[in-house]
Design a protein around this ligand. Structure first.
Ligand SMILES: Nc1nc2c(c(=O)[nH]1)N[C@H]1C(S)=C(S)[C@@H](COP(=O)(O)O)O[C@H]1N2
Ligand SMILES: [Mo]
Length: 316
């Protein structure tokens, strides 16, 4: 009898037929990481063995910073997610209440192919990349986070936006049963954010479904969140359920709550102070001495042209 050694086995031999077929279909659609897409979405959270190890099965993005990454522990225990409370440790304590599967994402408004997708179908066609980005919170701290995600622009194109689509509006889930912070009027719920169309289509802008090579922890915005690295962290809306192409500039929850302090653009700009504190410096979580904050959070070469001719003190 011929016994196949491990080296002789093909993928088909070791994988149940239907999974093998599905996986092949993914790969033919161009998602090299089809299998790991599903793994990233369904794998239980496990701590990476080495905090600084890169994920070998993910495409490494040329847009990644080579600065030291913030620890997994800090990234997942020091959060802003007001739906779970305003304390930094509230999201890590309470976000386990959020049920992220099943999850549907609906895309509507000024487009020819609106649709409502299961999260798996939303992610499946895309190649997942590791993008190590700086995140600068308007409160004066920053982190370096190895996101797992794909360009928002590639996703949006699937819905064929019309020329009347000038902005994109995003909404977080609204469910006070799962999100105890929504039982109090801290912000107007659901949390709303927006981008101009060119900001949304910019190659640096991603939808993230994980970090440190793992499925997104709930407190960081599972199952899918926005990441816009040159803007203050609050633009990067978590746990998204609705995306709308619109003609008029959306009003974000922060603009509604405190219009003098939070504008639509929210670009990281060390020369524009927040009315109550300077934005010139920041504390990188894990470091003691403060750093100088960089224009556009260090992404000026890639994004400054989007704002050519605009007064960034008026358009804060
Ligand atoms: N839905 C929602 N998204 C949100 C927030 C929030 O309160 N609710 N906080 C924002 C702010 S202020 C920041 S700094 C980042 C923090 O992301 P992190 O906790 O993953 O570091 O999430 C942003 N996205
Ligand atoms: Mo923030």
């Amino acid at each position: 009898m011929l016994i196949k050694t491990k080296a002789d086995l093909t993928e088909a031999d070791v994988t149940p037929e239907h999974i093998y077929r599905d996986r092949r279909r993914f790969m033919q659609q161009g998602a090299i990481l089809g299998a790991s897409t599903m793994a990233a979405l369904t794998a239980p959270l496990a701590l990476p063995r080495r905090a600084h190890a890169q994920s070998p099965d993910l495409v490494q993005s040329p847009f990644s910073t080579d600065e030291d990454k913030t620890s997994y522990e800090d990234i997942t225990t020091y959060n802003n997610f007001y739906e779970f409370g305003t304390g930094k440790d509230d999201p890590a304590r309470h976000a386990h209440r959020l049920k992220t599967s099943p999850w549907t994402l609906s895309v509507s408004g000024e487009c020819d192919k609106p649709g409502t997708l299961d999260i798996e179908d939303a992610v499946k066609p895309h190649t997942l990349e590791e993008r190590i980005y700086r995140l600068r919170c308007v409160e004066g701290w920053s982190m370096v986070i190895p996101w797992v995600g794909f360009p928002l622009g590639d996703f949006l194109k699937r819905f064929e936006p019309r020329s009347s689509a000038k902005y994109v509006e995003f909404e977080t889930l609204h469910d006070p049963k799962q999100m105890p912070g929504q039982r109090r009027p801290i912000l107007e719920w659901p949390y709303v954010e927006g981008l101009r169309m060119d900001e949304a289509m910019h190659p640096l802008t991603i939808l993230a479904v994980g970090l440190y090579g793992k499925k997104m922890p709930n407190q960081n915005g599972a199952p899918i969140r926005l990441v816009v690295p040159w803007k203050y962290g609050f633009k990067s809306i978590k746990s998204i359920v609705n995306i709308r192409f619109v003609e008029k500039q959306p009003t974000s929850s922060w603009m509604k709550a405190i219009p003098d302090e939070y504008g639509f653009y929210s670009n990281v700009n060390p020369d524009v102070a927040h009315p109550r504190w300077s934005q010139a410096r920041e504390r990188r979580i894990g470091e003691f001495r403060k750093r100088k904050t960089l224009m556009f959070n260090g992404y000026a070469d890639q994004v400054a042209s989007l704002y050519a001719g605009m007064d960034l003190k008026k358009n804060f």
